[in-house]
Design a protein around this ligand. Structure first.
Ligand code: BES
Ligand code: ZN
Ligand code: MN
Length: 489
């Protein structure tokens, strides 16, 4: 990945494609000194004809002009200037990476649009957008398609030190999300529990954080009957992975993720249509792993412990069954009324193990319920938290990251929905308030530690967009978790 910054003007750098952002409603004759003269007339014409208005992500490509070092010129819409921020810039850079790919150019020069943000933040957002927008899953084709990501040069960048730092930060956070996306694409025959745990070990070596893997024997010794129960139907046994970043602080944030490498539903089998998508039911764990990488690289002054509860939910002669009662690490018992509500069961052990390490906060994320899609669609993750101050901190971090979260209420009456006659709780209370009861059940295992649950079933996978060239995993919550760690430091 070749991404650079320069104080030079766009017209001074040699790139096959030169790109300038245009705000919506900008008058065609307004301050266009930065646009090579040869293109100014054509841009003004396109604007007056209404062909190019500068709407966010709209683009206009122009043929070679005489007085520029670039072979082609592209104008990209930034939307109204008063709405433009780093999140818009991230999307613009992502879109740009995709346009450059389609145009098959080898280098892109981009004049960083001026707006009310720090130089370092703009460089970070643009670099991150480029890293996300140019990324593709390699796949498993016999002949892998050949692709060369063009070099990306940001022109007219001031504030050398902040800009260099921003570039580094953008690359780190972009690549961390791409790791999460990579894992989400991987099918469960290539990423079963042992292999997801091995990915964490590898990442820990590369980024310098400590990784501990608990295998099925150790899980049994520790009394993690819930995680073992979900995993017992698969030939691939479950794992609990604990990752530790030391921020030399007396405060610790625990991040816990659901790592179901495949969710068939188990004995409560899912219908076949779309079942292949359930390879991404490990994206909560994937987000925790991606965030750990970026946290270890950006070094906030807070300790962060990442926990991944990993299992494969399969139907077989050895599977856990409806009616079974399992006991979690903290001693609480769970009646399994539906084996497809397995996320909360593995997280019962993941969260109670995290709580036993006595962190100051536990934030857990999971592709937990189809119900969150009914409430929020693909546009926001569902937040369920009993602790107002933690809920606020998570919301602030998500806003700063440009990832939407929406808090759902916890009313005491909901508790009755997951009461069981034979155990402390039942895992599948039914349709009513499904996302909320899911979060509340997991919260039962946090003890007295402030706890927040983020349901990413609707946001972890997306259709094509500015940052996603193809439909696939988004890496959602990586950015929020990194922001949160820095905010808590
Ligand atoms: N992994 C699914 C939830 C899911 C649905 C993720 C769609 C991504 C997209 C989860 O394990 C599940 O099956 N949930 C059940 C819970 C129910 C049985 C209480 C659901 O949502 O139907
Ligand atoms: Zn699931
Ligand atoms: Mn399920």
């Amino acid at each position: 990945m070749d991404i650079r910054i320069t104080t030079e003007e766009l017209s001074q750098i040699s790139a096959e494609l030169a790109v300038v952002g245009i705000f919506e409603g900008d008058h065609p004759s307004a301050g266009r000194e930065h646009i090579p003269a040869a293109y100014r007339g054509a841009l003004a014409d396109a604007q007056s004809r209404g062909e190019f208005e500068g709407k966010l992500l709209q683009s206009l490509s122009l043929l070679p002009g005489a007085e520029t070092v670039a072979k082609r010129m592209l104008f990209i819409g930034l939307g109204p200037s008063q709405d433009f921020d780093v999140h818009g810039l991230r999307k613009v850079a992502g879109q740009l990476a995709q346009i450059a790919d389609a145009m098959k150019v080898r280098s892109v020069g981009f004049l960083l649009p001026a707006a009310g943000y720090r130089d370092g933040d703009a460089v970070a957002a643009a670099a991150e957008g480029w890293v996300l927008g140019s990324w593709r899953f390699t796949g498993y084709h016999q002949k892998p398609p050949e692709r060369q990501v063009p070099s990306f040069i940001m022109a007219g960048v001031n504030g050398a030190e902040a800009a260099q730092e921003g570039l580094k930060r953008g690359l780190i956070i972009g690549q961390a999300q791409n790791l999460t996306r990579e894992l989400g694409f991987m099918p469960s025959n290539k990423l079963y529990p042992e292999l997801l745990a091995a990915q964490a070990v590898q990442a820990g070596k590369a980024h310098g954080f400590e990784v501990e893997v608990l295998d099925e024997a150790r899980l049994a010794e520790l009394g993690m009957g819930a995680l073992l129960g979900v995993g017992q139907g698969s030939v691939h046994p479950p794992r609990l992975v604990i990752m530790r970043y030391q921020g030399r602080s007396d405060k610790t944030l625990a991040l816990v993720g659901k790592g179901i490498t495949f969710d068939s539903g188990g004995i409560s089998l899912k219908p076949p249509a779309g079942m292949e998508e359930m390879k991404y039911d490990m994206l909560g764990a994937g987000a925790v792993l991606g965030a750990m990488c970026a946290i270890a690289d950006t070094k906030p002054a807070v300790n962060v412990t990442g926990v991944m509860a990993i299992a494969q939910n399969m139907p077989s002669g050895s599977s856990y069954k409806p009616g079974d009662v399992v006991q979690a690490f903290n001693g609480k018992t769970i009646e399994v009324t539906n084996t497809d509500a397995e996320g909360r069961v593995v997280l019962a052990d993941g969260v109670s193990y995290a709580a036993h390490l006595r962190p100051d906060w536990i934030v857990e994320t999971s592709t937990l319920t189809g119900a969150v899609l009914v409430v929020l669609g693909h546009e926001a993750s569902g937040l369920v938290a009993s602790n107002d101050s933690l809920a606020e901190r998570v919301t602030d971090a998500a806003n700063a990251a440009g990832e939407r979260v929406w808090r759902l209420p916890i009313y005491p009456e909901y508790k009755a929905l997951y009461k069981s006659a034979v155990a402390d709780i039942k895992n599948s209370p039914g349709r009513d308030a499904g996302t909320i009861t899911g979060g509340m059940i997991i919260g039962e295992f946090a003890g007295d530690v402030p706890f927040a649950h983020l349901d990413i079933a609707g946001t972890a996978w997306t259709k094509e967009g500015p940052l996603n060239a193809v439909s696939g995993p988004t890496g959602v919550m990586v950015r929020t978790f990194v922001e949160l760690a820095h905010a808590l430091a």
